[in-house]
Design a protein around this ligand. Structure first.
Ligand code: MD3
Ligand code: FE
Length: 213
């Protein structure tokens, strides 16, 4: 919802070396981002993919950009086509690329140009277990994530799965830039609490922008 009575500017919260939260950074763009997500999903619907271990993911996913991330019985990979339907991923909207690039710059990463945008959709109960993101070619490139819709509790751990995690609430319009030594930290999302967001309804959406190739 656009809050006409709040003129508070976005603010930065350092999380760890290389990781910074740009609170409410995407608030002004949020409605346009949600409309673009809906348009992408009409071309390439959200799918609950099956992991190599045979589990159905509770998070539904689609992508836009030159390549998209998906998983199936063969493993995890970036590819030019959705293996669920054989179609090319829709192009990345200019609004997405510009927002990701500017956010990375604000966090100190001045030459980030994403070629992939994974779009995650969480429904009540959906979660993402602790994992590392390491399917990208150049791990010196950061990842930019944009949270929209219902809030979620994010878990941010260390470099081993067993290390303690801190919990951070990620809300509508929050952007986080993960780079440097934080790029390989374990992270996850706790089961989504049911609710209704004025613009996103019963869902949380998360965009992750990556340089995959
Ligand atoms: C920390 N997505 O798609 S975004 C993912 O909210 C993923 O949907 C979560 O983890 C989500 O892989 C979390 C925050 C995030 C993304 C990438 C990271 C945190 C990260 C990479 C390294 C460290
Ligand atoms: Fe991740």
């Amino acid at each position: 919802m656009l809050d006409l009575f709040s003129d508070e500017a976005p603010w930065q919260e350092p999380l760890a070396e290389g990781a910074v939260i740009l609170r409410r950074r995407a608030r002004e763009e949020a409605s346009a981002l949600l409309a673009a997500i809906a348009a992408i999903a009409r071309q390439n619907p959200f799918v609950h993919r099956i992991t190599p271990g045979g589990y159905r993911m509770s998070v539904a996913m689609t992508n836009c950009g030159d390549v998209g991330w998906s998983t199936d019985s063969r493993g995890y990979q970036y590819s030019e086509r959705d293996n669920a339907n054989g179609q090319k991923w829709p192009p990345m909207p200019d609004l997405f690329r510009t927002l990701a690039q500017q956010s990375a710059r604000e966090a100190g990463f001045s030459d980030f140009t994403p070629d992939a945008c994974l779009i995650n959709r969480y429904e009540p109960g959906a979660k993402l277990s602790l994992h590392q993101d390491k399917d990208e070619k150049d791990l010196r490139q950061p990842i930019v994530s944009v949270s929209l819709g219902l809030p979620a509790v994010f878990q941010f751990g260390g470099f081993e799965r067993s290390e303690a995690t801190q919990r951070v609430l990620l809300e509508h319009g929050d952007i986080v830039v993960w780079g440097g030594p934080s790029r390989l930290r374990y992270h996850g999302i706790l089961p989504l609490k049911a609710g209704v967001h004025p613009d996103a309804g019963p869902y949380r959406f998360n965009l992750t922008f990556r340089r995959a190739r």
